[in-house]
Design a binder for this molecule. Sequence first.
Ligand code: NAD
Ligand code: GDD
Length: 335
Amino acid sequence: MADQCMTVLGGGGFIGGQLVRHLRETHSGPIRSVDIKPVGEWFHRVTGVENLVLDLQQIDACRIACRDAHTVYNLAADMGGMGFIENNKTLCMLSVLINTHALVAARDAGVERYFYASSACVYNADKQRSHDVVPLRESDAYPAMPEDGYGWEKLFSERMCRHFHEDFGLETRVARFHNVYGPHGTWEGGREKAPAAICRKVALAELTGDRHIEIWGDGQQTRSFTYIDDCIEGIQRLMASDCREPINLGSSELTSISNLVSIIEEIAGIRLERAYKLDAPKGVNGRNSDNSFIQHQLGWAPVISLREGMARTYAWVREQVSKQMQSADTRRSAA
Ligand code: NAD
Ligand code: GDD
């Protein structure tokens, strides 16, 4: 019989890719990474890993992905920042096919542990109306009034994980990520979230000398942003724990979007003239993570400060913007 493996669904994506890299560095057994994108487009290509290109909305693909696996991490979803989820509700909801089929395939393949990447978008909108938000506790997901489209899919899939444990004994772990950012994530193209988008805009201003920036909303909206290393650490700690309840995995360092822009300006060493686009996708007014439950369950919570995480992220995004500008120059001079 083949050695049992760990499978990461969505391994070509931002968080899945970092997770595969981390697992390869810390485990000796076989690792399988699965994504719908061609391998050339994956954020990370890790040596010593079986890479499969499959559409995980299909049950047969999920059966291949889960074959001989003892652990499955599901980080595959059709998603993005507010610009994407507000305008693509059906695509977001169709990700329910991934989790449904992956759970069925995992159960049938005898998988022992299954991780599901949920989101702070499951929380009741009434609890997120003020900028000065009260941090969200896990119980604030009910009564249900999540983000339309994307949030409903996440909430439904969370419950399916719970019932797969109750009815079939599959050990499921569910983390509600709060806006995860860092190097090697989506930074352009429409799916990028505020940290990467604002880094891109500031880097472009720094590199071109055009000192203007457009910010979505009035800048007063608040969020907490979670650095990728904390996210990966939290997934591993949760998977090693006995906690079967959905749990916040997010920083509790609240910032306004205007302050986020100021932090990135300071890192870049420039000041920009700001224009606020009030009809842009905005999402909730305020969102923060209450970390009492994760502290209680795991004896740990995210630790990396926004300033530190943004400095690392800005350096990476600036490099991407710079490379893109250089290749545009090369194309122009070749034409
Ligand atoms: P990502 O878009 O970088 O990664 C998701 C990956 O899933 C992509 O590589 C995509 O190609 C793949 N995928 C989509 N449809 C697929 C399909 N049918 N078959 C196979 N692969 C498919 O996103 P991410 O930021 O890495 O997010 C990972 C998970 O965490 C997702 O479930 C997401 O909803 C959740 N999440 C992320 C954040 C965040 O801030 N990044 C916040 C909350 C929840
Ligand atoms: N994307 C983006 N791009 N957002 C901007 C920009 C910009 O250029 N400028 C300002 N913003 C504002 C948005 O209007 C929003 O109010 C705030 O920054 C945060 O936007 P996002 O980072 O796109 O998303 P979010 O925090 O509302 O939701 C994200 O996090 C959830 C988990 O906490 C999304 O990625 C969800 O998919 C995710 O589940």
